[in-house]
Design a protein around this ligand. Sequence first.
Ligand code: 3SL
Ligand code: MG
Length: 236
Amino acid sequence: MKVKTFAQSKKYTGNFLMDRTVIVVDVLRATSCIIWACRNGANRIIPVSDAGEGAAIASRLGDCIMAGERGGIKLPGFDLGNSPLEFSPEVVKGHNIVINTTNGTVALKAAEGAANVLAGAMINHSAVARKAAELGKDVIILCAGTEGEFSADDICAAGAIATSLCQYAEITSQCDLTLVARSLYKDWKEGRVDLSKSYHYSRLIDLGFAEDVDFCFQEDITDIVPCYRDGFIQPC
Ligand code: 3SL
Ligand code: MG
């Protein structure tokens, strides 16, 4: 199995993803929210490109929670922002969720041409790696990045996923960014790297989301692996 990591979603779309499993990673915070919402019993999660598309889908489906952010802050008129802890069982169980975020849902939609699209983060890195190994295709770890740029938080989570993949599959080749991501993850895990000065991490702290950041950097707290197919995300 070959593994590649992309730092952000803009350049890599279309046919390139065909016949591969793409693991979309937006550790802060969209894929962490999606994983947690699935774990807490959400029905279908629908990533959308903008609030207008979200409103159209919500009126078609009827029962829908609207979730999303811009600049980290809940969109006006929406039910939820992009804090994983908001997606509690009491709030999400049995409900559809329409979600629109600055980078994470863009990356999910960019991955639509792939054979399999999975949502990964720190909180499910072993489970998503195991699922990708079972699927048997070459893997692309597609980091959402932040505003079109490399984001250290995503690269660290990509490193966690790639490290876990090595346990479940024979890796015949890995790109340089995968190697760097694995090394960043190792250094972070062993306390040699402090991500709190990185751009998006520190911005979320400044916005008052320290609890979210702590939550999103817990490792393997769930085995849930969301799968995005035909416009909907549900557990695999
Ligand atoms: O860009 C995104 O998709 C979000 O996860 C960013 S934020 O953490 O809500 O600011
Ligand atoms: Mg992010």
